[in-house]
Design a protein around this ligand. Structure first.
Ligand SMILES: Cc1ncc(COP(=O)(O)O)c(C=O)c1O
Length: 397
């Protein structure tokens, strides 16, 4: 993270600290504490739907299934991407029409299909013949998307290694869908999460359009839906491709074929990341091998689980950096190690990371902690989940 990015974050966070009364929240709840702002979810939703006109956005519930985040999406008129029976129930609890959901897990138990169908979900995803056969004999009002695999070496999580049919196998999967008696709707893909290039969107979409033509010629069925999945990246410490660049690439490839399809997307990280801020405190400080270590009350087994599970590195700032009057010099700061609270030696949040001098009790701030943080945390060492407080005052931007 360069100086300019750190300064940009300081400016945004300074305003938020006042708006959300962080000092009062810390006094009331102590640390660690996650502050969730549903307005940030709505703002990201509006931004994305503006960039991808005509697309139906289905929020990937897995990123942050907190009721306040789900409600924000529902109020924006958005849909939901669910992958498990538990996620079906989380959306159903909102009381929204369940035809706003698509079930995107390519591999599931028949009982999960039963549960989703009974709840009102009608769109499902498969990526192989065995999964297609699980729909045999079910109601023809079920619509199936065949998930395709496209590799993305630039992504932090390349989902194509685990899910998706190879292009060469896609026609066979479509045949199995047709044989099972439910409706073939079209194709979906996911270009992987936190990719540094927009090119995988271009390649995946172009290949999908070609495949639609091939399947129509070979099997006489028209694909009427294309789902471009999630994967829209977030700039944590360093800049990533912007949503406008991705939307531009998608638009260019769709060209005049755009009107032929119902277009879907399944964004998770982009809608949720900016919605939560983590406040954590220094509980201990030591010098080891001549280097300064600060021990925080949240770590890799807690809210910073995204570092462990996704190799995603959120920005970290000292609360005192937000205080105008103390100055914000950076170049002369000593790089420190910021460690988490568990007994495990891998529980290190950042190494050689520039921070101003810190002492026990000082508060440290991480923005952009909404997606894949608390959901993938564990209760290792008996440490409870970091509490989430909902505050309705605006996002980091
Ligand atoms: C099927 C599916 N859709 C959507 C998403 C959301 O992806 P992202 O958070 O990168 O937008 C995921 C993430 O794992 C996924 O597996």
């Amino acid at each position: 993270m360069n100086h300019a990015r750190r300064q940009q974050l300081r400016d945004a966070l300074r305003a938020q600290a006042v708006r959300h009364s962080w000092a009062d929240l810390v006094a009331a709840h102590r640390t660690p504490l996650l502050i969730l702002d549903p307005n940030a979810v709505s703002a990201a939703y509006r931004r994305l739907s503006g960039a991808l006109p005509g697309f139906h956005l289905h929020y990937a519930v897995k990123a942050l299934p907190h009721p306040a985040a789900l409600t924000a999406i529902a109020l924006c008129g958005g849909g939901f991407d669910v992958a498990t029976s538990a996620e079906v129930d989380q959306v159903r609890a909102l009381g929204v029409p369940m035809n706003r959901c698509i079930h995107t897990h390519p591999v599931k138990k028949p009982a999960d299909i039963d549960h989703a169908y009974r709840s009102g979900v009608r769109t499902f995803v498969v990526d192989n013949p065995v999964e297609a056969q699980k729909f045999s004999g079910r109601d023809p009002d079920i619509e199936i998307l065949v998930r395709l695999a496209f590799t993305n070496p630039t992504a932090k999580s390349d989902l194509s290694t685990k899910f998706g049919a190879e292009l060469a196998d896609a026609e066979l999967v479509v045949k199995h869908v047709l044989d099972s008696g439910v409706t073939f709707a079209g194709f979906s893909f996911h270009v992987g999460s936190q990719g540094t290039s927009v090119q995988p969107y271009r390649v995946a979409l172009r290949s999908t359009l070609d495949l639609c033509g091939h399947v129509e010629r070979a099997l006489g069925v028209r694909a009427h839906t294309i789902d471009i999945g999630g994967g829209i990246p977030v700039s944590y410490r360093d800049p990533m491709p912007g949503v406008d660049q991705i939307a531009g690439a998608v638009d260019e490839v769709l060209g005049d074929r755009r009107g032929q399809f119902r277009l879907l997307a399944e964004p998770g990280r982009f809608l949720a990341a900016d919605a939560m801020i983590l406040l954590t405190s220094v509980v201990g400080t030591a010098t080891r091998g001549g280097k300064v270590w600060h021990y925080l009350d949240d770590g890799l087994y807690g809210s910073y689980s995204n570092i462990l599970t996704e190799d995603v590195h959120p920005p970290i700032l000292a609360m005192r950096e937000l205080d105008d009057t103390r100055g914000t010099g950076l170049d002369d700061w000593e790089p420190v190690t910021l460690a988490g609270p568990t007994c495990d030696s891998i529980d290190v949040v950042a190494r050689d990371y520039p921070m101003p001098p810190l002492k026990v009790g000082d508060v440290v701030v991480s923005p952009l902690m909404g997606a894949y943080t608390t959901v993938t945390s564990s209760r290792f060492n008996g440490i409870p989940a970091t509490p989430i407080v909902v505050s309705n005052q605006g996002g980091t931007g």
